[in-house]
Write a protein of this length. Structure first.
Ligand code: NAP
Length: 537
């Protein structure tokens, strides 16, 4: 590699991605006076909200918390329309933020970073893009999201299909019109469950190819009143404080009781109330839902009963009824998902019972049938947590790649989910072994960005050249994460959290499950104690 000597291409920091994390990171670094370049593969800001434009895409954390809180002015300027707004509104918000803080001039769009190599001689990161540009930076920061590397399963005949094929995570910008079409959706995770009811209303016929049935509870979405929005704005400081302290970066904690503490009648009443309130209510009703098999089963049984009540056809209802621990695959909230199976133009195909054999020119062939389709929607998810990091050739000391160090995901090792030994001056926003996807993402992102920018300010003030996680601290952190995860039910279910959704991917649970509030305290403590666990040169 020819290292960049061009002063134009020597910056203090390179940030990857212009989603929630990259935008705020750029803002903070610029405020601190660092020259910063942001590279973004898309032609606009938004990250996952740029790419995930499928019908019905919306957030499932309540919008008044699903936003930045670092700027009181911004918080009070923006008004959300509803509890769970659709993707276009969230993308408008992120564009509003980028424009308000004049972030776009420092973002290079339509450009993918291919490699980032740490040069030990100069102690700088050499970052190379797919447009042939090389930039040299002191700090290398990834803000590329945890679920941004689309998974299209390797099904025989994938390229033979003569109709249109889409992935929910790479949806076209123009409206896709399913009117009069026979559509097939593969996958019933959050993306499938959000898109299926909307596609069913438009298409002539919809076939859902389901491998694993999912628990889903109603979102109970509603339009916010002006009074509510004003009340939220008036409570800005309190909301920011609560979001920083709670287990998931929202305004509430888990309930104080075990599932087993309540009598069947009281438990039923609480779960019914949770169902009617919608969203995350049921998941947060008890303090041990995700750790107690017997308790989890009681809550899961409640949702299974609801599915059986909603779906008219008993055979379809049975196919839609899950048997894994509730919440161990990402909990889903929906609008009319199970009701959609009562429509005459919707059928459900169980591809666990009769697996997909091939995509054919005319549609999808399973072991026992062939389904003719005009369009196929792959709602088949992502190579989560490590997928996007491994797509970039990231090399630390001695030329070792991140993929090699982490043994292709079999040995993910980080300190605080922010850094990894052997990769000095590199930070991962919402990286593996941080709380990331188990919390309200904008809140967890703000904490990471603020910690990283405070850290960089500290390094600059103290003229530290090389900042690196110590192996011992990293070993302890990764062991701690594993120990916490193993004490939950998460690791007992196949999910994208564990890597089970990707053929051949190593299994693990590279997410900190100890709660966002507790994690923030740990990170603050590390900083307050002179960044213990890090070496400085
Ligand atoms: P996902 O949860 O991984 O779901 C993918 C679905 O595709 C699963 O039902 C999976 O079945 C199925 N699938 C994968 N490969 C298949 C194959 N070869 N044959 C048949 N079925 C196959 O992905 P997602 O729905 O895109 O959601 C991913 C994450 O993104 C969510 O968990 C959430 O964190 C986030 N998200 C959030 C929102 C929101 O509301 N804000 C919306 C969308 C996504 P198995 O279960 O058997 O693997």
């Amino acid at each position: 590699m020819v290292y960049s000597q061009d002063p134009q291409n020597q910056v203090d920091a390179v940030v990857l991605g212009a989603g929630f994390s990259g935008l705020y990171m750029l803002y903070r670094l610029r405020e601190a006076g660092l020259s910063t370049r942001v590279f973004e593969a898309a032609d606009g800001v938004g990250g996952v909200w740029y790419w995930n434009r499928y019908p019905g895409a919306r957030c499932d954390s309540e919008s008044v918390y699903y936003n930045y809180t670092f700027s009181e002015e911004l918080f009070k300027e923006w008004s959300w329309s509803s509890r769970y707004p659709e993707q276009p509104e969230i993308l408008r918000y992120l564009n509003y933020v980028a424009d308000k803080f004049e972030l776009k001039p420092d973002i290079t769009f339509n450009t993918r970073v291919m490699s980032a190599v740490y040069d030990e001689a100069s102690n700088r990161w050499q970052v190379e893009t797919d447009t042939g540009e090389t930039v040299s930076a002191k700090y290398f920061i990834t803000g590329i999201g945890c679920i941004s590397s689309a998974n299209v399963p390797n099904i025989k005949g994938l390229n033979d299909f003569e109709g249109q094929a889409y992935h929910t995570g790479h949806w076209p910008h123009e409206k896709v019109d399913f009117t009069g079409k026979r559509v097939g959706v593969i996958g019933t995770g959050s993306s499938g469950i959000q898109s299926i009811p909307v596609i069913a209303k438009e298409a002539a016929h919809l076939t859902v190819f389901q491998r694993t049935p999912q628990y889903s509870v109603p979102a109970q979405n509603y339009t916010y009143t002006k009074e509510f929005v004003e009340e939220v704005k008036d409570n800005y400081s309190e909301i920011r404080r609560q979001m920083q302290e709670t287990v998931a970066g929202l305004r509430f904690e888990f309930g104080e009781q075990s599932v087993l503490d309540d009598s069947p009648e009281v438990r039923r009443q609480k779960l019914q109330e949770g169902w009617e309130k919608g969203g995350w209510e049921i998941l947060f009703t008890y303090n041990d839902l995700l750790a107690n098999e017997e308790g989890n089963e009681l809550v899961a049984a409640f949702i299974r009963e609801k599915i059986q009540e909603i779906v008219d056809d008993p055979e379809t209802a049975n196919k839609l009824t899950p048997d894994h621990f509730y919440g161990t695959k990402r909990a889903i909230v929906d609008t009319d998902y199970f009701e959609t199976y009562n429509r005459d133009n919707v059928r459900l195909v169980d591809v666990k019972a009769s697996p997909i054999e091939a995509i054919t020119p005319k549609g999808i062939r399973t072991e026992d049938n062939e389904y003719e389709l005009d369009a196929i929607v792959f709602a088949t998810g992502f190579d989560g947590m490590t997928g996007s990091l491994f797509k970039i050739d990231i090399r630390g000391k001695n030329g070792v790649t991140l993929k090699e160090k982490w043994e292709n995901g079999a040995q993910t090792r980080t300190y605080l989910g922010l850094t990894t030994a052997g990769f000095p001056n590199m930070f991962m926003l919402t990286g593996p072994e941080s709380p990331s996807v188990l919390g309200n993402m904008p809140a967890t992102i703000e904490q990471h960005v603020e910690w990283v920018s405070d850290c960089i300010n500290h390094l600059r003030e103290n003229k530290v050249d090389i900042f690196e996680a110590e192996s011992q601290a990293e070993e302890e952190w990764s062991a701690h994460c594993k120990e916490l995860a193993d004490a939950t039910l998460y690791t007992k279910t196949d999910s994208w959290y564990t890597g089970a959704n990707i053929a051949g991917k190593a299994r693990g649970f590279p997410i900190y499950v100890g709660g966002y509030g507790a994690y923030r305290e740990i990170c603050d403590d590390v900083a307050a104690n002179g960044y213990k666990g890090f070496s400085f040169k």
